[in-house]
Design a protein around this ligand. Structure first.
Ligand SMILES: [Mg+2]
Length: 252
């Protein structure tokens, strides 16, 4: 059956909402996400809320997030079309069920990384210690499958993560992997795990059912370009990492 509603793939953190640290003091704040104890920890600005309401009213909106399924469950926005979680490692259906075909595909793709990811996480933390930085890090896993490594600096100094990343790279530990870095968020991802691959799979399925329709991608990170480039049009918040990178090219 044809569907003429636009299909929108939207990154979540720092695109549709963010922590208060990134919002101007006194700005209107609408809770969008909660921590594990139920306290709000992510907020939409007034205009983000307007954007979200406009999108939900006029388009089929699919969140495309690095969040694990558990962290995504703490996003309290009424999405109804399913979701892509864990940097593309998990596809969730309309009722929140894990897509078994995609899971089987990812299990094969990630099989060589199952012991390597915990080792990489531990080694990166000890490199941080050697360099005198206080880091925390873990492997994001879903349904018994290790997906990727996340590293954060405990004092939220983004420059520290860049130094740690350079050192991990210099030691040749990222063979067959790619990097996502934005703010206090560094991730090491196996090749084959990406938001883009999951979006491409989603589009193959969507076109088989609905035919061609307008597809829009929204995201704030440079690495979001991977999936946004699979769309017809894309957008990024002003002053996002991606917007700054484009601005830097124009003024170089
Ligand atoms: Mg983001």
């Amino acid at each position: 059956m044809r569907n003429n509603r636009p299909l929108v793939f939207a990154d979540l953190d720092d695109t549709l909402f963010q922590t208060t640290r990134k919002m101007p003091a006194g700005a209107e704040r609408h809770p969008a996400t909660y921590d594990i104890s139920g306290e709000p920890n992510g907020f939409m600005s007034a205009t983000q809320k307007m954007l979200l309401e406009w999108l939900l009213g006029t388009a089929d909106v699919v969140p495309v997030t690095a969040r694990s399924v558990e962290a995504y469950s703490r996003v309290k926005i009424p999405f109804t079309s399913g979701a892509i979680c864990s940097h593309g490692g998990v596809i969730l259906g309309q009722s929140g069920e894990v897509d078994r075909d995609w899971h089987a595909h990812m299990a094969e793709t990630l099989s060589d990384f199952q012991t390597r990811l915990p080792d990489l996480s531990a080694t990166t933390l000890s490199i941080g210690q050697e360099l005198g930085f206080s880091l925390r890090g873990w492997v994001v896993d879903e349904a018994d499958l290790q997906h990727y490594v996340v590293i954060k600096h405990n004092e939220s100094d983004d420059a520290v993560l860049a130094k740690v990343c350079a050192e991990v790279q210099a030691r040749g530990m990222l063979e067959g992997m790619h990097i996502h870095g934005n703010g206090n968020n560094l991730a090491f991802l196996p090749n084959g795990l990406s938001k883009r691959f999951a979006v491409e799979e989603w589009l193959r399925r969507d076109r088989a059912i609905h035919g061609e329709r307008l597809v829009i991608g929204l995201g704030d990170s440079i690495t979001d370009l991977g999936f946004m480039d699979a769309c017809n049009f894309w957008g990024t918040p002003a002053r996002s990492q991606l917007a700054k990178a484009v601005g830097g090219l124009l003024h170089a």
